[in-house]
Ligand binder design. Structure first.
Ligand code: FES
Ligand code: FES
Length: 209
């Protein structure tokens, strides 16, 4: 490897190390645990990272601690740090819904939410739907209506269906279709999914014709 001091910008006569020293930039960026406070005109701003920061997350009624970089998504934090792998990483770009979780009552694409943003919020994943040994009515309805094939989309659909039914106790088939429009199934199980949602609807719902 070449000595950095000897690598000079063409024609500048200034080495990279000299430039960094002169500009006050450290050669190695320290990994910061926690946050720093920087002052800007009229305010102090908390800056997190780039290193890991300690997070406390409330998931399925339990408290979890994890050290993750601020750039880490909720999906990655749960799958990689907390061993909660029910939500699936499929598109990783807020398109398919396989990673759906419920945060403060709303379904979210967890691949597109930063874990650090969900501190202090209530997170529900597919792992949190069962009551003891009893499946949630939506989970049971997916089984009863054969609403899965490969299963990659299924946890996201189940969680999205639960969130939808929490807000729509007696949906029409058209409302179900629109309400679950953010979730995709490459195996084409849509009819089964819609039948499952109708079965699980607290007020009965209406089955697809
Ligand atoms: S993996 Fe998050 S929307 Fe597809
Ligand atoms: S069951 Fe295979 S993607 Fe939906």
């Amino acid at each position: 490897m070449q000595d950095d001091d000897k690598v000079k910008e063409k024609g500048s006569g200034l080495s990279r190390r000299t430039f960094l020293k002169a500009s006050g930039i450290s050669l190695s960026v320290p990994l910061v645990i926690g946050h720093r406070v920087i002052k800007v005109p009229g305010a102090e701003v908390r800056v997190y990272g780039p290193g890991k920061v300690p997070l406390k997350l409330s998931i399925n009624g339990k408290s979890y601690n994890a050290d993750v970089e601020p750039r880490v998504t909720l999906l990655e934090a749960l799958r990689n740090e907390l061993d909660l792998t029910g939500a699936k990483r499929v598109c990783d770009r807020a398109t398919c819904g396989a990673c759906t979780m419920i945060v403060d009552g709303k379904p979210v694409y967890s691949c597109s939410v930063l874990a650090i943003e969900t501190q202090g919020k209530s997170i529900t994943t597919v792992e949190g739907l069962m009551q003891g040994d009893t499946l949630h009515p939506v989970q049971q309805a997916f089984i009863d209506n054969d609403a899965q094939q490969c299963g990659f989309c299924t946890p996201g659909f189940v969680v999205a269906s639960k969130a939808f039914l929490d807000k729509n106790a007696n949906p029409t088939p058209e409302q179900v279709r629109k309400g679950l429009g953010g979730n995709l199934c490459r195996c084409g199980t849509y009819m089964g999914v819609r039948a499952a949602v109708a079965q699980a609807a607290p007020k009965g719902g209406k089955r697809n014709g």
